[in-house]
Design a protein around this ligand. Structure first.
Ligand SMILES: [Cu+2]
Length: 434
């Protein structure tokens, strides 16, 4: 019943009003001159990876939303959970979607053990609605419900997050996306619109609560508070235009890299960029406290990695400051330790691939509630990544909601082995170690 009511209201909410004559968004570049004003398509819906959009209902002329801040158990990937804070039982909280021109009222209930507030990052609004506790309002006390209300005068990719004890509250997962759709869809129209937030968690091995005091040395690097391979994949049909909205509320800048395609950077939390400012990239640094909109045509079928290019950010919990095992001959050590510990297995002397292989097979038992450093497994073996990584899966025959599986690519060329490892390689290889 609730769903149908919501759908009804959504239907009412998307009754599109044309911009007044002559008032066009400067960023729009209609494919055919003169067609923009008549191209009144339904404002899009965003797909929040591993998430959802927040329900609303029309009350006194405003779309009314309700965010409830609380603590709950969150799973980063099977085998790793933590006590996190967020909204409506999830981190990130549900995505707020609205349309430019909407009046919105957002009720915030604080079920946390301490005061909070909500700041609407990037939204142009009256000062008193800005949500900075102590500066523009007293904090929202424990158990209280407050209302924020404003009219949306822009469109783009924005955020919401606390501005009260933000170091702690954001370290525990409090954040969400705030997407404002344009009244008339931007051209060219995107058939897919994905969104996620970059974040980091200091969840020490064996612990169940992120440590908010950590500044740089994090254990989990996340898209929407999930790590690979638990992050939703971006499934699209060949030839579709795709938008990926990426926001960063972590403690690092992240160079997000897409394989197999070149995208245009088309917008930020400053709104949609004029087309002359778009630039082609394959890696875009999303700075802390920034958002970026990337758009491209998915014209290359396959399974394409989408990941942060900081190689430690595609890893899960790992030790730092440990002795470097690469190049160390461990055979003698293994013999002696093996006598004491029958299961002892030296690893890392030739690199960390072997480690990833074991981890991806589930053969490595780490500390309690701790994920292996890398655990993704593909059709050809370990993918050797965790953390900030997922896949763009482009298929000619993709059907919505149906898992396309691994790309077979039977008709496509694939890298192939030319020679097997020879005796000469063996000798040469080991000589490097001695
Ligand atoms: Cu990164």
């Amino acid at each position: 019943m609730h769903v149908s009511r919501r759908n009804l209201l959504m239907g009412a909410g998307v009754a599109v009003t044309a911009l007044p004559p002559g008032k066009t968004d400067g960023a729009q570049a209609p494919a055919t001159p003169g067609t923009a004003a008549t191209t009144q398509t339904t404002p899009g819906r965003v797909t929040t990876l591993n998430g959802r959009s927040l329900d609303w209902r029309m009350v006194d002329g405003a779309k009314e939303y309700h965010l409830i801040a609380s603590e709950f158990e969150h799973e980063f990937a099977p085998g790793c959970k933590a006590r996190c804070w967020g909204y409506n039982g999830s981190t990130p909280g549900p995505t707020i979607e609205a349309v430019e021109g909407d009046r919105v009222r957002i009720l915030v209930t604080n079920n946390l053990p301490e005061p909070t507030s909500v700041h609407w990052h990037g939204i142009l609004l009256p000062n008193g609605m800005d949500g900075v506790s102590g500066l523009t309002q007293p904090p929202i006390g424990v158990g209280e419900t407050w209302a924020y209300e404003f009219t949306l005068r822009q469109n783009g990719t924005y955020l919401y997050h606390p501005h009260a004890d933000e170091m702690t509250q954001m370290a525990f997962g409090m954040m969400g996306l705030f997407i404002v759709h344009p009244r008339i869809q931007h051209q060219p129209v995107c058939q897919r619109d994905f969104a996620f937030i970059l974040h980091n968690y200091a969840l020490r091995p064996g612990s169940y609560r992120p440590d908010p005091s950590v500044m740089t040395d994090f254990d989990l690097w996340t898209f929407n508070s999930k790590v690979f391979p638990a992050i939703d994949m971006l499934n699209v049909r060949l030839g579709e235009r795709v938008r990926i909205r990426i926001a960063n509320l972590s403690m690092f800048n992240h160079p997000i890299h897409l394989h197999g395609h070149r995208f245009m950077v088309t917008g930020s939390d400053g709104g949609r960029w004029p087309q002359v400012s778009w630039r082609p990239e394959v890696t875009e640094i999303v700075g802390v406290g920034q958002t970026r909109d990337l758009e491209f045509v998915a014209d290359n079928p396959g399974d394409w990695a989408l990941h942060c290019h900081m190689s430690h950010h595609t890893m899960n919990a790992m030790g730092h400051g440990i002795p470097n095992p690469v190049g160390v001959a461990q055979a003698a050590l293994a013999d002696r330790l093996g006598a004491l510990l029958p299961d002892y297995q030296p690893m890392g002397g030739n690199g960390m691939y072997e480690h990833a292989e074991h981890a991806s097979m589930g053969h490595m038992q780490g500390p309690e509630n701790t994920l292996p450093m890398a655990m993704g497994r593909g059709p050809f073996g370990p993918i050797g990544m965790g953390g900030m990584m997922t896949l763009l899966r482009v298929r000619p025959d993709y059907r919505d909601g149906v898992d396309p599986g691994w790309y077979s690519g039977d008709q496509q060329p694939r890298a192939r082995r030319i020679t097997a490892r020879s005796e000469a390689d063996e000798t040469d290889h080991s000589s490097h170690h001695r």
